[in-house]
Design a binder for this molecule. Structure first.
Ligand code: ZN
Length: 341
Protein backbone atom coordinates (compact mmCIF):
# COMPACT_ATOMS: atom_id res chain seq x y z
CA UNK A 1 0.00 0.00 0.00
CA UNK A 2 1.17 3.53 -0.83
CA UNK A 3 3.99 2.18 -2.95
CA UNK A 4 6.25 5.11 -3.77
CA UNK A 5 7.75 5.89 -7.16
CA UNK A 6 9.04 8.89 -9.13
CA UNK A 7 7.81 10.42 -12.37
CA UNK A 8 11.04 9.31 -14.02
CA UNK A 9 14.02 11.58 -14.47
CA UNK A 10 16.74 12.52 -11.98
CA UNK A 11 19.65 14.98 -12.33
CA UNK A 12 22.77 13.88 -14.18
CA UNK A 13 25.89 13.89 -11.97
CA UNK A 14 28.16 16.84 -12.82
CA UNK A 15 30.80 14.54 -14.32
CA UNK A 16 28.25 13.22 -16.84
CA UNK A 17 26.50 16.44 -17.97
CA UNK A 18 26.32 20.07 -16.96
CA UNK A 19 24.20 20.17 -13.81
CA UNK A 20 20.97 22.12 -13.27
CA UNK A 21 20.40 22.39 -16.98
CA UNK A 22 17.58 20.70 -18.82
CA UNK A 23 18.75 18.73 -21.87
CA UNK A 24 22.44 19.45 -21.10
CA UNK A 25 24.89 17.85 -23.54
CA UNK A 26 27.15 15.01 -22.36
CA UNK A 27 30.55 15.75 -20.85
CA UNK A 28 32.00 12.38 -21.83
CA UNK A 29 32.13 10.49 -25.10
CA UNK A 30 32.67 7.04 -26.53
CA UNK A 31 33.16 4.19 -24.09
CA UNK A 32 33.60 6.64 -21.19
CA UNK A 33 30.14 8.03 -21.89
CA UNK A 34 28.53 4.60 -21.95
CA UNK A 35 30.23 3.65 -18.68
CA UNK A 36 29.37 7.04 -17.19
CA UNK A 37 25.65 6.59 -17.92
CA UNK A 38 25.65 3.18 -16.24
CA UNK A 39 27.52 4.52 -13.21
CA UNK A 40 25.04 7.38 -12.89
CA UNK A 41 22.10 4.99 -13.10
CA UNK A 42 23.66 2.87 -10.35
CA UNK A 43 24.04 5.90 -8.09
CA UNK A 44 20.38 6.80 -8.49
CA UNK A 45 19.06 3.27 -8.11
CA UNK A 46 20.92 3.09 -4.80
CA UNK A 47 19.70 6.56 -3.72
CA UNK A 48 16.12 5.55 -4.48
CA UNK A 49 16.45 2.27 -2.61
CA UNK A 50 17.99 3.98 0.41
CA UNK A 51 15.20 6.56 0.37
CA UNK A 52 12.62 3.79 0.54
CA UNK A 53 11.27 4.23 -2.99
CA UNK A 54 9.38 1.06 -3.91
CA UNK A 55 9.28 1.29 -7.70
CA UNK A 56 12.56 2.72 -8.97
CA UNK A 57 13.75 4.01 -12.35
CA UNK A 58 17.18 4.37 -13.96
CA UNK A 59 16.63 8.11 -13.56
CA UNK A 60 16.67 8.58 -17.36
CA UNK A 61 20.47 8.79 -17.10
CA UNK A 62 20.88 7.29 -20.57
CA UNK A 63 19.02 10.02 -22.49
CA UNK A 64 19.39 13.77 -22.96
CA UNK A 65 15.80 14.52 -23.96
CA UNK A 66 12.70 12.53 -23.04
CA UNK A 67 11.33 12.56 -26.59
CA UNK A 68 14.41 12.83 -28.79
CA UNK A 69 16.09 10.00 -26.88
CA UNK A 70 13.57 7.74 -28.60
CA UNK A 71 13.28 9.58 -31.92
CA UNK A 72 17.02 9.37 -32.58
CA UNK A 73 16.48 5.69 -33.32
CA UNK A 74 13.49 6.08 -35.62
CA UNK A 75 13.62 6.00 -39.43
CA UNK A 76 11.49 8.40 -41.48
CA UNK A 77 12.62 11.56 -39.70
CA UNK A 78 14.64 14.21 -41.53
CA UNK A 79 16.70 15.92 -38.80
CA UNK A 80 18.07 18.48 -41.28
CA UNK A 81 14.62 19.58 -42.38
CA UNK A 82 13.71 21.90 -39.52
CA UNK A 83 10.19 23.25 -39.24
CA UNK A 84 9.25 26.09 -36.93
CA UNK A 85 6.51 24.88 -34.62
CA UNK A 86 4.69 26.37 -31.66
CA UNK A 87 4.64 23.41 -29.34
CA UNK A 88 2.19 22.81 -26.47
CA UNK A 89 -0.28 25.10 -28.31
CA UNK A 90 2.34 27.82 -28.88
CA UNK A 91 3.72 27.88 -25.34
CA UNK A 92 7.16 27.91 -26.94
CA UNK A 93 8.32 28.05 -30.56
CA UNK A 94 11.18 25.80 -31.60
CA UNK A 95 12.74 24.37 -34.75
CA UNK A 96 11.73 20.75 -34.82
CA UNK A 97 12.74 17.87 -37.15
CA UNK A 98 10.26 16.70 -39.76
CA UNK A 99 8.70 13.33 -40.55
CA UNK A 100 9.16 12.84 -44.30
CA UNK A 101 8.68 9.08 -44.80
CA UNK A 102 6.99 6.07 -43.14
CA UNK A 103 8.19 5.67 -39.56
CA UNK A 104 10.13 2.62 -38.43
CA UNK A 105 12.33 1.68 -35.48
CA UNK A 106 15.97 1.20 -36.50
CA UNK A 107 16.64 -0.94 -33.45
CA UNK A 108 15.52 -1.51 -29.88
CA UNK A 109 16.15 1.78 -28.08
CA UNK A 110 16.12 1.17 -24.32
CA UNK A 111 16.43 -2.61 -23.95
CA UNK A 112 20.00 -2.63 -22.67
CA UNK A 113 19.24 0.16 -20.19
CA UNK A 114 16.31 -1.78 -18.79
CA UNK A 115 18.39 -4.97 -18.59
CA UNK A 116 21.11 -3.09 -16.71
CA UNK A 117 18.66 -1.55 -14.24
CA UNK A 118 16.89 -4.88 -13.73
CA UNK A 119 20.21 -6.56 -12.91
CA UNK A 120 20.90 -4.02 -10.18
CA UNK A 121 17.68 -3.81 -8.19
CA UNK A 122 15.16 -6.18 -6.70
CA UNK A 123 12.65 -3.38 -6.26
CA UNK A 124 9.83 -2.79 -8.70
CA UNK A 125 11.24 -1.31 -11.90
CA UNK A 126 9.55 1.40 -13.89
CA UNK A 127 10.50 2.59 -17.35
CA UNK A 128 9.28 5.73 -19.09
CA UNK A 129 8.62 6.32 -22.78
CA UNK A 130 7.29 9.44 -24.52
CA UNK A 131 3.58 9.23 -25.34
CA UNK A 132 2.43 9.31 -28.98
CA UNK A 133 0.59 12.63 -28.69
CA UNK A 134 3.50 14.36 -27.01
CA UNK A 135 5.88 13.00 -29.67
CA UNK A 136 3.60 14.42 -32.36
CA UNK A 137 3.70 17.77 -30.58
CA UNK A 138 7.50 17.74 -30.76
CA UNK A 139 7.96 16.94 -34.45
CA UNK A 140 6.55 18.27 -37.71
CA UNK A 141 4.66 16.11 -40.21
CA UNK A 142 5.27 16.25 -43.95
CA UNK A 143 4.17 12.67 -44.63
CA UNK A 144 1.09 11.42 -42.76
CA UNK A 145 -1.21 14.42 -43.21
CA UNK A 146 -3.17 13.89 -40.00
CA UNK A 147 -1.60 14.11 -36.55
CA UNK A 148 -3.79 11.22 -35.40
CA UNK A 149 -2.36 9.00 -38.16
CA UNK A 150 1.22 9.93 -37.29
CA UNK A 151 0.43 9.26 -33.61
CA UNK A 152 -0.81 5.77 -34.46
CA UNK A 153 2.39 5.08 -36.40
CA UNK A 154 4.48 6.16 -33.41
CA UNK A 155 2.25 4.09 -31.11
CA UNK A 156 3.11 0.99 -33.12
CA UNK A 157 6.83 1.64 -32.62
CA UNK A 158 6.33 2.32 -28.92
CA UNK A 159 4.42 -0.92 -28.56
CA UNK A 160 7.31 -2.93 -30.01
CA UNK A 161 9.65 -1.14 -27.61
CA UNK A 162 7.34 -1.64 -24.61
CA UNK A 163 7.03 -5.38 -25.30
CA UNK A 164 10.80 -5.67 -25.24
CA UNK A 165 11.03 -3.71 -21.99
CA UNK A 166 8.45 -6.00 -20.43
CA UNK A 167 10.48 -9.01 -21.54
CA UNK A 168 13.49 -7.53 -19.69
CA UNK A 169 11.51 -7.62 -16.45
CA UNK A 170 10.16 -4.05 -16.29
CA UNK A 171 7.14 -3.99 -13.96
CA UNK A 172 5.59 -0.69 -14.97
CA UNK A 173 5.78 1.13 -18.29
CA UNK A 174 4.78 4.78 -18.22
CA UNK A 175 4.01 6.99 -21.19
CA UNK A 176 4.70 10.67 -20.64
CA UNK A 177 1.90 12.79 -22.08
CA UNK A 178 2.24 16.42 -20.95
CA UNK A 179 0.38 17.26 -24.18
CA UNK A 180 -2.77 15.67 -22.67
CA UNK A 181 -3.22 18.81 -20.57
CA UNK A 182 -3.21 21.03 -23.62
CA UNK A 183 -5.14 19.24 -26.38
CA UNK A 184 -8.06 17.92 -24.38
CA UNK A 185 -10.35 17.26 -27.35
CA UNK A 186 -7.62 15.34 -29.17
CA UNK A 187 -7.09 13.20 -26.07
CA UNK A 188 -10.66 11.98 -26.35
CA UNK A 189 -10.63 11.70 -30.16
CA UNK A 190 -7.37 9.81 -30.61
CA UNK A 191 -4.91 10.34 -27.74
CA UNK A 192 -6.18 7.50 -25.58
CA UNK A 193 -6.65 5.28 -28.63
CA UNK A 194 -2.98 5.83 -29.48
CA UNK A 195 -1.97 4.83 -25.94
CA UNK A 196 -4.11 1.71 -26.24
CA UNK A 197 -2.14 0.78 -29.34
CA UNK A 198 1.11 1.47 -27.44
CA UNK A 199 0.14 -0.91 -24.58
CA UNK A 200 -1.41 -3.64 -26.75
CA UNK A 201 -0.52 -7.11 -25.49
CA UNK A 202 1.34 -5.93 -22.37
CA UNK A 203 0.84 -7.82 -19.13
CA UNK A 204 2.90 -5.50 -16.93
CA UNK A 205 1.38 -2.42 -15.31
CA UNK A 206 0.91 0.57 -17.61
CA UNK A 207 0.64 4.25 -16.78
CA UNK A 208 0.27 7.68 -18.29
CA UNK A 209 1.98 10.73 -16.77
CA UNK A 210 0.17 14.02 -17.30
CA UNK A 211 1.84 17.06 -15.81
CA UNK A 212 2.14 20.79 -16.11
CA UNK A 213 5.77 20.44 -17.13
CA UNK A 214 9.22 20.93 -15.66
CA UNK A 215 9.79 24.06 -13.59
CA UNK A 216 11.19 26.02 -16.55
CA UNK A 217 10.17 29.61 -17.31
CA UNK A 218 7.85 28.87 -20.26
CA UNK A 219 5.89 26.45 -18.09
CA UNK A 220 5.82 28.71 -15.05
CA UNK A 221 4.49 31.57 -17.23
CA UNK A 222 1.87 29.25 -18.71
CA UNK A 223 0.77 28.13 -15.26
CA UNK A 224 0.38 31.80 -14.29
CA UNK A 225 -2.08 32.18 -17.19
CA UNK A 226 -4.27 29.27 -16.12
CA UNK A 227 -6.06 31.12 -13.35
CA UNK A 228 -6.75 30.22 -9.74
CA UNK A 229 -7.96 26.69 -10.37
CA UNK A 230 -6.57 24.25 -12.92
CA UNK A 231 -9.38 22.05 -14.22
CA UNK A 232 -7.74 20.65 -17.41
CA UNK A 233 -7.73 17.18 -15.87
CA UNK A 234 -11.49 17.28 -15.41
CA UNK A 235 -12.08 17.19 -19.18
CA UNK A 236 -10.05 14.06 -19.78
CA UNK A 237 -10.37 12.05 -16.55
CA UNK A 238 -13.75 10.45 -17.35
CA UNK A 239 -12.34 9.10 -20.64
CA UNK A 240 -9.06 8.09 -18.98
CA UNK A 241 -10.95 6.28 -16.24
CA UNK A 242 -12.59 4.12 -18.94
CA UNK A 243 -9.24 3.45 -20.61
CA UNK A 244 -7.19 0.25 -20.35
CA UNK A 245 -4.25 1.98 -18.65
CA UNK A 246 -3.69 0.91 -15.04
CA UNK A 247 -2.26 4.06 -13.50
CA UNK A 248 -2.36 7.82 -13.93
CA UNK A 249 0.49 10.05 -12.72
CA UNK A 250 -0.51 13.57 -11.70
CA UNK A 251 0.76 16.85 -10.37
CA UNK A 252 -0.71 17.48 -6.91
CA UNK A 253 1.93 19.14 -4.67
CA UNK A 254 1.77 22.96 -4.67
CA UNK A 255 -0.47 22.85 -7.71
CA UNK A 256 -3.76 24.55 -8.37
CA UNK A 257 -5.39 21.31 -9.46
CA UNK A 258 -8.43 20.74 -7.24
CA UNK A 259 -7.62 17.41 -5.60
CA UNK A 260 -11.26 16.38 -5.74
CA UNK A 261 -10.72 15.73 -9.48
CA UNK A 262 -8.78 12.56 -8.73
CA UNK A 263 -12.07 11.15 -7.49
CA UNK A 264 -12.97 10.84 -11.19
CA UNK A 265 -10.32 8.11 -11.53
CA UNK A 266 -12.19 5.47 -9.58
CA UNK A 267 -10.85 2.59 -11.69
CA UNK A 268 -7.19 3.62 -11.58
CA UNK A 269 -4.18 3.61 -9.33
CA UNK A 270 -3.35 7.28 -8.91
CA UNK A 271 0.30 8.35 -8.75
CA UNK A 272 -0.13 11.36 -6.53
CA UNK A 273 2.56 13.99 -7.10
CA UNK A 274 3.62 14.84 -3.56
CA UNK A 275 6.95 16.44 -4.48
CA UNK A 276 7.08 19.85 -6.17
CA UNK A 277 9.76 19.74 -8.87
CA UNK A 278 9.54 23.48 -9.59
CA UNK A 279 10.97 24.37 -6.17
CA UNK A 280 14.44 23.70 -4.76
CA UNK A 281 13.01 23.61 -1.24
CA UNK A 282 13.06 20.03 -0.01
CA UNK A 283 9.70 19.02 1.40
CA UNK A 284 9.50 17.70 4.94
CA UNK A 285 8.15 14.16 5.34
CA UNK A 286 5.18 15.76 7.12
CA UNK A 287 4.41 17.92 4.05
CA UNK A 288 4.53 14.84 1.81
CA UNK A 289 2.28 13.01 4.25
CA UNK A 290 -0.18 15.92 4.21
CA UNK A 291 -0.48 15.74 0.40
CA UNK A 292 -1.04 11.97 0.57
CA UNK A 293 -3.66 12.36 3.30
CA UNK A 294 -5.42 15.03 1.22
CA UNK A 295 -5.53 12.64 -1.74
CA UNK A 296 -6.94 9.91 0.52
CA UNK A 297 -10.07 12.05 0.91
CA UNK A 298 -10.89 11.10 -2.68
CA UNK A 299 -9.00 7.86 -3.41
CA UNK A 300 -8.46 4.82 -1.17
CA UNK A 301 -4.90 4.41 0.10
CA UNK A 302 -4.78 1.08 -1.73
CA UNK A 303 -5.00 2.94 -5.05
CA UNK A 304 -2.49 5.69 -4.23
CA UNK A 305 1.14 5.58 -5.30
CA UNK A 306 2.99 8.61 -3.86
CA UNK A 307 5.17 10.13 -6.57
CA UNK A 308 6.86 13.34 -7.75
CA UNK A 309 4.92 15.94 -9.75
CA UNK A 310 7.22 15.50 -12.73
CA UNK A 311 10.84 14.68 -13.51
CA UNK A 312 13.61 16.05 -11.28
CA UNK A 313 16.28 16.32 -14.02
CA UNK A 314 16.84 20.10 -13.75
CA UNK A 315 17.25 20.16 -9.94
CA UNK A 316 20.56 20.23 -8.05
CA UNK A 317 21.60 16.67 -7.25
CA UNK A 318 21.47 17.04 -3.45
CA UNK A 319 18.01 18.62 -3.67
CA UNK A 320 16.70 15.72 -5.74
CA UNK A 321 18.21 13.21 -3.32
CA UNK A 322 16.62 15.07 -0.41
CA UNK A 323 13.25 15.04 -2.14
CA UNK A 324 13.55 11.27 -2.68
CA UNK A 325 14.12 10.78 1.05
CA UNK A 326 11.20 13.08 1.93
CA UNK A 327 8.94 11.11 -0.40
CA UNK A 328 9.92 7.78 1.12
CA UNK A 329 9.66 9.04 4.69
CA UNK A 330 6.36 10.86 4.12
CA UNK A 331 4.74 7.78 2.62
CA UNK A 332 6.09 5.79 5.58
CA UNK A 333 4.37 8.15 8.02
CA UNK A 334 0.99 7.67 6.38
CA UNK A 335 1.48 3.93 6.00
CA UNK A 336 2.06 3.61 9.75
CA UNK A 337 -1.02 5.74 10.46
CA UNK A 338 -3.20 3.58 8.24
CA UNK A 339 -1.77 0.38 9.75
CA UNK A 340 -2.43 1.71 13.24
CA UNK A 341 -6.08 2.51 12.71
ZN1 ZN B 1 6.04 15.65 -16.25
Amino acid sequence: MLDTTIAGSLPKPSWLAEPEKLWAPWRLDGADLEQGKRDAALVWIKEQEDAGIDIVTEGEQFRVHFVHGFLEHVDGIDWQKKTKMGIRDNRYVVDVPTVTAPLGRKRAVHTEEARFARAHTKRGLKFTLPGPMTICDTIADAHYGRRADMAMAFAGLLNAEARELEAEGVDLIQFDEPAFNVFMDDVKEWGIAALHKAIEGLKCQTAVHICYGYGIKANLDWKQSLGGEWRQYEEIFPALNESRLDQVSLECANSKVPLSLIGLLSNKTVMVGAIDVASETVETPEQVAATIRAAMEFVDAGRISPCTNCGMAPLPRDVAAGKLRALGAGAGLVRREVAGT
